[in-house]
Design a protein around this ligand. Structure first.
Ligand code: COA
Length: 163
């Protein structure tokens, strides 16, 4: 009997924040270990910790993810049929500097070029802009493949929780 060859649907990429709901992003982020539900213990990786205090941390995780989506300069999503399988966003002035941030691909879809296309589509919208990323060691090779290089400077951040 001949083997059945299953060909997946082509991945669709959509530029624009309207395509994705906070609930869909929360579900995708959980697949890569980023959690936003305070009850489950927030990692705070994308939008900060959800522990008490004044300001954004008091808002619900989904409301904050909605702000992450709406407040980005550009959002690109990847879809396999109705399923969100990748998300990328950037913040930029559109002229000089841009930050690529919170790129995530559903693990079952890794190493299929989706992450690359998400980042390249973001940057293609802003020719001439210097894009930066703060990358953990395990994804440094991914960003190097996309042409990013390490600089001998130190990222500094002030934690809104004061820690
Ligand atoms: C990082 C991530 C987005 C990569 O997505 P992906 O769809 O698997 O990446 P791609 O398939 O487009 O890979 C592009 C290139 O990088 C390489 N690459 C991807 N991940 C890599 C890794 N962890 N280590 C080494 N190389 C890697 C691929 O082999 C490919 O190389 P090629 O150009 O020679 O073919 C995905 O692993 C992920 O979601 N990780 C968890 C979330 C995260 O840490 N995001 C980054 C923080 S902003």
């Amino acid at each position: 009997m001949r083997p059945t060859i299953v060909t997946g649907n082509p991945i669709r990429f959509i530029i624009g924040a309207d395509a994705v709901k906070p609930e869909q992003l929360a579900e995708l982020y959980k697949t890569v270990g980023w959690r936003f539900d305070a009850a489950e213990g927030s990692e705070g990786d994308a939008a900060g910790d959800d522990a008490g205090g004044e300001g954004p941390a008091e808002r619900g995780p989904l409301e904050r993810l909605g702000r992450l989506i709406a407040g980005s300069s550009l959002v690109v999503t990847a879809w396999d049929g109705p399923a969100l399988v990748g998300f990328g966003r950037c913040l930029t002035d559109g002229a000089f500097i841009g930050y690529v941030n919170n790129v995530a691909v559903r693990p079952q879809y890794w190493r299929r070029g989706i992450g690359r296309r998400l980042v390249e589509k973001l940057m293609a919208e802003y020719p001439g802009v210097l894009f930066m990323v703060s990358a953990n060691a395990d994804v440094v090779p991914f960003f190097e493949r996309l042409g990013f290089r390490g600089y001998q400077t130190t990222w500094m951040a002030r934690d809104p929780q004061g820690d």
